[in-house]
Design a protein around this ligand. Structure first.
Ligand code: ADP
Ligand code: MG
Length: 557
């Protein structure tokens, strides 16, 4: 062969070269398929594996599905629905965007995709032998969503197959990966089964109990029960999640999760920021345990640095570093919660109607009734913290506070609504969501109207087909609300227009999931209200001992 003749490499070879970047081992396939499922707005993802994924990987999601006429394209290199031009890159909020993953997988494993969109009467399937052209698209039974199966990894590339480890080792890589992905997407349920047996079950964190079960499955009971909650916002960066005190440090850096805008990353500067927050408390050879999220505007971070997308570049690393450091130091300096405090939970629903009438009865102006509460006398609140302990939240709307002078009830929904409305009246920016919020409208026309309204407000919306939308970024002014309720509230208020819609939906979607987060949440809300010039006192009613007794009577019955 004349070595100087330059030839176009066959497409299959180009794909295999590209696959070297994308597919190293079964876990890389799982990673790409999970990212696709999440990009498609999946609410639950089921993973089935055989032989550590070497024999078979199957991933099923309930996301938007792929239209039949695009199935072949999805398997073709450089075909992506996610970017139209390089201009899209800096503000990208989807996880995958190179349009290489499925083609790469198809070149090293026997691959099939079965998928159904919301408006299709049935599903469609396409299959491809490793590195051959895809076969024809044929009808197939499938619920809404997508199932991708990849079999016999590297059967055609023995040199690569030899580099794979034992199935058990490959399985561990996959489980670690699923944990990391699941950490970023608390609203999505995941299951993993290996050789027919369940290995990981992560319910969606839809309420406090499910959130705790998920935490436990993800990080183990000790970390889930004893780590401190972090939540801070400064300089356009939000930090939230958990950090373990020195006693929870490990001898390896094996419980260190850091996500930026919903993507797990590795960054030694930021790991260092966390470590420094421990001052002298951590001896050499001990590694802090943490599971933290960072949220910031999409253009504050460049995700297009590393092909595996593990590293990112921050526009202002110094600021991110400092905000993270301060947030962790702050969390570590607070006393740890006593055992059991995190799980103390009153079933609050039955007393809702009582609370409503109490709030009405209390009338205005609020009178200060001192109440003898055994637990409230002891300790003064820490400076800078919220000066009230939230005893309970009733009907996801009314907070019962123990204060130094007694007890009070706050109408949180009304306070949120007013605060958000005021803040939206000022110039505002959007921040990407860790989990896109799914909005199910009553019909397709309603979905189109709502999408237009939200887009006019500067929010980012992806239609998922039919009457379903995905909200991918929300205004910074919005306080943290339960995403599923927020989606439902937006859909219900779809006939309204303008910023009032958001404020009302935020009020309706108010939820404070775990006991340990309540006081911090309230503190932030009061701070936000003050900044926006809303007077929180208007929403606060003092409670007498009798009223308080009545309030809790139903809960105990
Ligand atoms: P990328 O994710 O980089 O766009 P992929 O090769 O992973 O490239 O996927 C190609 C295209 O196939 C995606 O852009 C998307 O439109 C579609 N797709 C892949 N997986 C799914 C899925 N699980 N649900 C819906 N659409 C999908
Ligand atoms: Mg992808």
């Amino acid at each position: 062969m004349n070595p100087r003749v330059i030839r176009q490499l066959p497409e299959s070879v180009i794909n295999q070269i590209a696959a070297g970047e994308v597919v190293e081992r079964p876990a890389s396939i799982v990673k790409e398929l999970l990212e696709n499922a999440l990009d498609a707005g999946a609410g639950s993802v089921d993973i089935e594996l055989e032989e550590g994924g070497i024999g078979r990987i199957q991933i099923r999601d309930d996301g938007s599905g792929i239209p039949a006429d695009q199935l072949a394209l999805a398997l073709t290199r450089h075909c992506t629905s996610k970017i139209a031009s390089a201009d899209d890159l800096p503000v990208l909020v989807t996880l995958g965007f190179r349009g290489e993953a499925l083609a790469a997988i198809g070149s090293v494993a026997e691959t099939s995709i079965t998928s159904r969109t919301a408006d299709a009467p049935h599903g469609w399937r396409i299959a491809q032998q490793a590195s051959r052209a895809p076969g024809p698209v044929a009808p197939a039974a499938h619920p809404r969503g997508t199932t991708v199966v990849a079999r016999d990894l590297f059967a055609q590339v023995p040199a690569r197959r030899r580099f794979l480890k034992r199935p058990q080792t490959e399985l561990l890589h996959i489980l670690n990966l699923v944990r990391r992905v699941a950490f970023c997407t608390p609203g999505v349920a995941f299951t993993v089964a290996h050789d027919g047996r369940p290995s990981l079950q992560l319910p969606a964190a839809s309420d406090a109990r499910a959130a705790e079960r998920r935490q436990r499955a993800l990080f183990g009971a000790e970390f889930a029960g004893r780590a401190r909650y972090v939540d801070a916002v400064a300089d356009g960066v939000r930090v939230f999640g958990w950090v373990g005190g020195a006693a929870l440090a490990h001898s390896q850096a094996d419980l260190q999760m850091l996500a930026v805008n919903g993507r797990v990353i590795r960054d030694r500067h930021l790991a260092h920021a966390v470590r420094m927050a421990f001052d002298e408390q951590l001896p050499a050879g001990r590694f802090p345990s943490f599971a933290l999220h960072l949220e910031m505007a999409p253009d504050a971070v460049d995700v297009n640095v590393h092909p595996g997308k593990i590293e990112v570049r921050f526009r202002d690393l110094r600021t991110v570093h400092d905000v993270l450091h301060a947030a962790v130091r702050d969390a570590l300096s607070r006393p740890a919660l006593p055992p059991g405090a995190a799980t103390a939970y009153v079933d609050e629903r039955p007393v809702a109607t009582r609370a409503t009438s109490l709030l009405r009865d209390a009338g205005s102006p609020p009178a200060a009734h001192a109440v003898d509460l055994p637990r409230q006398a002891a300790s003064a609140p820490a400076a800078g913290a919220c000066a009230a302990e939230v005893l309970a939240v009733i009907d996801e709307r009314y907070a019962v506070l123990a204060e130094l002078g007694g007890c009070a009830l706050i109408d949180l929904a009304a306070l949120v609504e007013q605060t958000v409305a005021r803040r939206l009246a000022q110039p505002w920016t959007a921040r990407p969501l860790v989990i896109p919020i799914r909005i199910e409208c009553t019909d397709e026309a309603g979905a189109a109207r709502l999408a237009a309204t939200l887009e006019a407000l500067g929010l980012e919306i992806t239609p998922l087909g039919g009457r379903t939308l995905a909200l991918r970024a929300v205004p910074v002014a919005l306080p943290p609300v339960d995403p599923s309720c927020f989606g439902a509230a937006l859909a219900a208020g779809g006939h309204d227009s303008g910023a009032g819609l958001l404020a009302a939906a935020a009020g309706r979607a108010l939820q404070i999931p775990a006991a340990r987060e309540r006081s911090a949440w309230l503190g932030r809300l009061l701070g936000a209200a003050e900044e926006a010039g809303v007077e929180p006192a208007r929403y606060r009613r003092a409670l007498g001992a009798a009223a308080l007794g009545r309030l809790f009577a139903d809960a105990e019955a």
